[in-house]
Design a protein around this ligand. Structure first.
Ligand code: UTP
Length: 478
């Protein structure tokens, strides 16, 4: 048995993976074997050989221009956008509401990341981020889906992607919380795949322990393969959603509690512009802002990472002084189910990106665990926004961060995207909603609104009497 595996591994220069085979128990050997068998070593060799190949995006940046865009109604920045075709706010809202009432919209949450920067020892969705309630990120997201279901009288199916790093804890947590009020049959939890980390010197896969490989989730783009994967005797999650009549999937990431899940206005721009993939963007604050830039080139949309955008191109401006490349992706999208289905059948729809990371590993010579001080490994990840060029009529919708975007990325005490800044931004948004309803919120007083109480400033107006005073920390819930 061992010799046969060694022969296979030798073809790809990976036989070191069995260095400690004889010291492993039977079950450890089986586990290692399973991991080895799940790896496409030919693909890995190809990715490693091409790790320094110049990306097409560099040449594309020279032809890049701003994408067709709509402005969400909460945006106050007056810089004009060029829409694909003219759609009024009212038309967008009505069209989106109708799609929801017809039960054609599902939601997908990606929650498979390892959250290394946050340094929280559980899945990030379990982080308590409510500034008054202490609600977890999962609670915010689940209640928003439930609120939309109640609002539009439909049962919105909710697909939640985990990874081996987050799966079991997420499943247990959500079950223990009774899916925050959603019906169990409306929640579809599925696990994404992994990719091995390799040494930059020779492409050899690193060992995490003597009997396991250094594997990590294959990026949020792993969603495409995972959602269309058929398990034995089971149809894929995407097919199950299709059987329920779902034609559109609202997509968001676990780290942003401000996201307006199933926003009718956002859905309406998508539908009425005939787009297959619509992405929310924010206006970059300065040319070298560290966001993925959504651009148009040759009639298609692309994301060019800030690290791939030459500075002289990033600095180009229009005659009014505004940036030409202005649209920063915030990873909120709507996908047509048909687009996901079509692109999942094309192996090259989503390229792998490489990232150099610090990955602890076992030294083959000594069997010791090494915790590296600097980057020692290459990881391979797919990004879901790379579907943009495959989409017909893709468009973006500009949103304003105070009402839509505050991601939890960094550990407590960091200057940006930390628990403190996200709680502050949440409280500020809800204060804005209450003041719009002509309530009085005392300075420095945190307020929070459960999505089940009100899921928009308009619904707050219907529930709060003008002049209501909030002078102590308050959590509004049903
Ligand atoms: P990030 O790239 O910010 O990664 O993920 P992260 O795991 O949250 O944090 P770091 O980089 O390790 O500190 C953005 C979103 O994509 C999801 C994450 O769960 C988060 O919602 N994601 C990321 C996945 O679902 N799978 C992945 O393989 C990577």
């Amino acid at each position: 048995m061992k010799n046969q595996i060694i022969d296979n591994l030798k073809q790809y220069g990976q036989e070191h993976l069995l260095t400690f085979w004889d010291s492993l128990s039977g079950s450890e050997q089986r586990e290692l074997l399973n991991q080895i068998e799940s790896i496409d070593f030919a693909l890995l060799a190809h990715l490693y050989q091409n790790r320094n190949a110049p990306t097409e995006l560099l040449t594309l940046a020279n032809r890049a221009t701003d994408p067709p865009a709509y402005k969400f109604s909460t945006v106050t920045d007056p810089t004009p956008c060029k829409p694909r075709k003219s759609v009024s706010v009212q038309a967008a809202v009505s069209a989106g509401q109708e799609l929801l009432r017809q039960g054609k919209v599902g939601v997908i949450l990606v929650a498979g990341g390892q959250g290394t920067r946050l340094g929280f020892p559980h899945p990030k969705g379990m982080y308590q981020i409510g500034p008054v309630s202490g609600a977890t990120l999962f609670q915010f997201h689940f209640e928003k889906v439930l609120a939309a279901s109640q609002h539009y009288g439909c049962q919105i199916p909710y697909a939640v992607m985990t990874s081996p790093a987050t799966h079991h804890e997420t499943v247990d947590f959500l079950e223990q919380k009774n899916y925050f009020g959603l019906r169990k049959e409306d929640v579809f939890i599925f696990c994404q795949g992994t990719m091995p980390a390799v040494s930059p010197e020779n492409g050899k896969v690193l060992l995490h322990s003597k009997g396991s490989l250094a594997l990590s989730p294959d990026g949020h783009g792993g969603m495409l393969a995972a959602i269309t994967k058929k398990k034995e005797n089971e149809i894929s999650i995407l097919d199950r959603l299709r059987q329920r009549g779902i034609e559109y999937l609202f997509y968001n990431q676990v780290d942003n509690p401000l996201v307006r899940i199933c926003s009718p206005e956002f859905l309406g721009y998508h539908l009425l512009s005939g787009s297959e993939l619509t992405s929310q963007v924010i206006r970059k604050r300065f040319p070298t802002d560290k966001v993925g830039n959504i651009v148009e080139a040759d009639g298609r949309l692309y994301v060019i990472e800030y690290s791939d955008l030459p500075e002289e191109i990033a600095r180009q401006t229009n005659s009014d002084g505004s940036l030409k490349i202005w649209a920063g992706s915030i990873a909120v999208h709507i996908f047509n189910v048909a687009l996901l289905d079509r692109t999942s059948k094309i192996a090259t729809s989503l390229p792998f990106h490489i990232a150099r990371k610090k990955v602890p590993f076992i030294d083959i010579a000594t069997g010791e665990i090494i915790k590296p001080e600097k980057e020692n490994a290459i990881k391979f990840e797919r990004f879901i926004f790379d579907l943009l060029p495959s989409a017909e009529n893709a468009v973006v919708v500009e949103v304003d961060p105070p009402n839509h975007y505050a991601p939890l990325k960094n550990a407590s005490g960091s200057p940006a995207d930390s628990p403190e800044t996200v709680k502050r931004d949440l409280a500020a948004m809800y204060t804005g909603w209450l003041r719009k309803a002509e309530a009085v919120v005392a300075a420095e007083t945190p307020v929070e609104i459960s999505p089940l109480f009100a899921d928009s400033p308009e619904s707050v107006m219907q529930k709060i009497e003008k002049g209501t005073v909030f002078d102590k920390p308050t959590y509004l819930q049903n």
